[in-house]
Design a protein around this ligand. Structure first.
Ligand SMILES: Cc1cc2nc3c(=O)[nH]c(=O)nc-3n(C[C@H](O)[C@H](O)[C@H](O)COP(=O)(O)OP(=O)(O)OC[C@H]3O[C@@H](n4cnc5c(N)ncnc54)[C@H](O)[C@@H]3O)c2cc1C
Length: 380
């Protein structure tokens, strides 16, 4: 067993950490206040090979696999989870199925411009009446000659208010059920009939979220991703990779909250000594550091399995479940260590606290992860 990053991975992490501090950190405050994703970072990341690092170089990626993707997202989330959310949806969800199953036409039109930072993608699965129950979506795509006509509503869609395109899940034949009747389409945001209502959020504020409506959206037949009726399978395949990335994001947030707490505990003096000198505070920090370490190993092991092409559905869900709940606990303890100052908007930990709370809900709730894990354990 080798518990070390390779030299290449270490160099990538150190260089990217530096990039995040110089190019992303200064944008966070304004992005959070205005609820605007600072889109300019996409092109800067792309120029240095940081966007979509898990994709092969021929499409503009860095070929660093899921391990590289995890390193990248962990570093961004240490500084800002909202920005990491927009980037994850863009690189992991909006184009992954085109990479896996799309035609050359779709790759040229969406994958390559997305990895160059020229186009921003979104991913539309959730609907007002269908979240965990993906099979319950009501969006329909009906074939008419060389087009499909899409009708439906998508809810809580990251990047929707500012995206250039969206990967949409729709039933092409509901009678065939979720495994044979759901399909995926690439839809341009300027397609007539496409409209978006922005949603104001309590967290992830530097990513933009919306409710989308498709009203008789006419989409060319060649925008179907892969084969008709195979969409659910493509989504399931993509979600496992997404869960590992989400685990790494939780590790990043928790690390940021821990580092802020450690620093504060050394600076804040009460009863004539820094507060970390109290065992109650030191033990909190010890437990926080221990949980982060455990979650980090789970996330990177799942990513490593994925990069080797080994079975990793259970490990992906386990790492997502454990890391997201760990991040909620760590952010909560960070609030306690900071005392009253945590409750001002100037404090960095209030943002970690708000952002962490969504981790156990997105990309499959904790309950759904336990469903997946128990199935994988044979407990059907
Ligand atoms: C800020 C934000 C950004 C998002 N971005 C996107 C995006 O870009 N694209 C996209 O498609 N979606 C996105 N989502 C949607 C997100 O993935 C869903 O919110 C999530 O899947 C949960 O669905 P739901 O909110 O409908 O909750 P529900 O499915 O209604 O669940 C409510 C509660 O019931 C529980 N529950 C449901 N079914 C079961 C069961 N069988 N057993 C036990 N418990 C159960 C859940 O675990 C949860 O606790 C986003 C959401 C938010 C808030």
């Amino acid at each position: 067993m080798d518990f070390e990053f390779t030299e290449e991975q270490k160099m990538f992490r150190d260089a990217f950490r530096d990039f995040v501090q110089k190019e992303i950190a200064p944008l966070v405050e304004e992005a959070e206040k205005k609820e605007k994703f600072p889109r300019q970072i996409l092109k800067k990341m792309a120029a240095l090979g940081y966007l979509g690092v898990d994709y092969p170089p021929e499409y503009g990626g860095a070929g660093l696999g899921k391990m590289g993707g995890c390193i990248c997202i962990e570093e961004i989330a240490r500084v800002c989870v909202g920005i990491s959310a927009a980037i994850i949806i863009h690189t992991e969800n909006s184009i992954i199925s085109v990479f896996n199953h799309g035609s050359d036409y779709l790759k040229q039109r969406y994958l390559i411009p997305a990895l160059k930072g020229e186009k921003l993608g979104a991913f539309g699965l959730t609907e007002p009446n269908a979240g965990s129950d993906v099979a319950g979506i009501q969006t329909r795509a009906v074939r008419q000659g060389d087009h499909y006509i899409i009708n439906g509503t998508k809810m809580f869609i990251t990047n929707a208010p500012v995206c250039d395109f969206i990967l949409v899940a729709a039933y092409t034949d509901k009678s065939k059920g979720v495994r044979g009747g759901m399909s995926l389409f690439m839809v341009d945001a300027d397609t007539p009939g496409y409209s978006c209502r922005s949603l104001e959020k309590v967290c992830f504020r530097s990513s933009e979220t919306g409710e989308l409506t498709f009203e008789d959206c006419k989409v060319p037949a060649e925008h179907l991703v892969g084969q008709e009726g195979k969409g659910f399978g493509y989504i399931v395949e993509a979600l496992a990779g997404g869960r590992v990335i989400h685990a790494a994001r939780s590790v990043g947030l928790a690390t940021g909250a821990y580092e802020a707490s450690l620093k504060y505990s050394q600076e804040r003096v009460q009863f004539g000594q820094p507060i970390y000198k109290n065992q109650a505070i030191a033990f909190k920090l010890a437990r926080m550091a221990t949980s982060i370490e455990a979650a980090r190993w789970m996330a990177y092991r799942a990513a490593w399995l994925m990069d080797l092409g080994k079975e990793s559905l259970k490990e992906a869900s386990m790492s997502k479940l454990f890391a997201s709940e760990m991040a909620v606990d760590v952010a909560n303890e960070a609030m306690q260590i900071h005392g009253g100052v945590a409750f001002t908007m100037e404090s960095p930990v209030q943002r970690f606290f708000r952002d962490s709370r969504l981790f156990t809900v997105t990309e499959g709730t904790s309950e759904i992860q336990q469903l997946v894990i128990s199935r994988e354990l044979g407990l059907r």
